[in-house]
Design a protein around this ligand. Sequence first.
Ligand SMILES: [Zn+2]
Length: 346
Amino acid sequence: MKRLALVMTIGLLALVAAAAQSRRPAGTTHTGKAFRFNQVKPGIYHAVGTGSLAVVGNSSFIVNDDDVIVVDDHVSPAAAWVLLEEIKTVTNKPVRTVINTHFHFDHAHGNQIFDPTVQIIGHEFTRRMLLNNSTGMPLYQNYLTGMPTQIEGLKKQIASATDPAAKAKLQTQLQVTENNLASQKELKPTPPNTTLTTQMALFRGKREIQVRFLGRGHTAGDVVVYLPNEKVVMTGDFLTAGLSNMSDSFPNEWADSLDALKKLDFDTVLPGHGDAFTDKAKIEYFQAYLRDVWSDVSRLKQQGVSAEDASKRADLTKHKGHLPIQGPGVPLIGVQRIYSLIDGKP
Ligand SMILES: [Zn+2]
């Protein structure tokens, strides 16, 4: 009788273990920590990828008295799942709220791993995009379709690598890409279940967390997360530490929308790409760049230059003192976007 009970207990434990394991998404077989957490103010963290797992964009999280708020959830269900696992090393409070700064795949493709009781907040445009065709957009399509070629290329490089250190580095890159592809195959774009159009605020104890739409810029529906008491702002790709992708942007309105950001009282920026920074002058550098991109590219269009050629000829090198610019040229996807905006068909 005792023996039977023991066998049954072991069986039950195995079942429980199997159930727990099945919740683990594909693409999480990485080595070491996936994130570096930078605590910028008490309870406020910026999460930046270490390179052991593809996470692409940064996230942030706010540890409150009773819960945790996550801002952006990375490129895949795997990346978001691992983020939650690693947050458990900081706090055992539950994540009850997620905020998407915008719909782009590297900021919102982790949404599906959250329990339906978790509130996912985003601009109504973000919801519309994730409900409809966000994965059909060129930015994601280019990213996804490039992965198998990347994997093949890495395998060839590994086969011919002779230096052990170089080979090990390539093997990590291969594992990262294969994990990412495995997770993208499980992707089910999941929209925010709570939307806003201009502004909302969450209150957690003494903490106020504002979600604000400051005008069209990086997309038609970027929001920033602003903590007025702590003077911290999480900006997604509306303002990054370097340049921001322009594929779905309104470059001719973006600089003005950034003026609205400047009016907020903050001292620390947690961007969607790159490290946290305190230098507010970065906003002005980026505004100047955006204004010049718009005027240079529209002048080339007026001269009848093709988007491909304009992408090579537009010369923004005068901004390279402040922004990561290697030489002349603007990414084609941004130039194509400006061309279609001028033609009135974004
Ligand atoms: Zn983006």
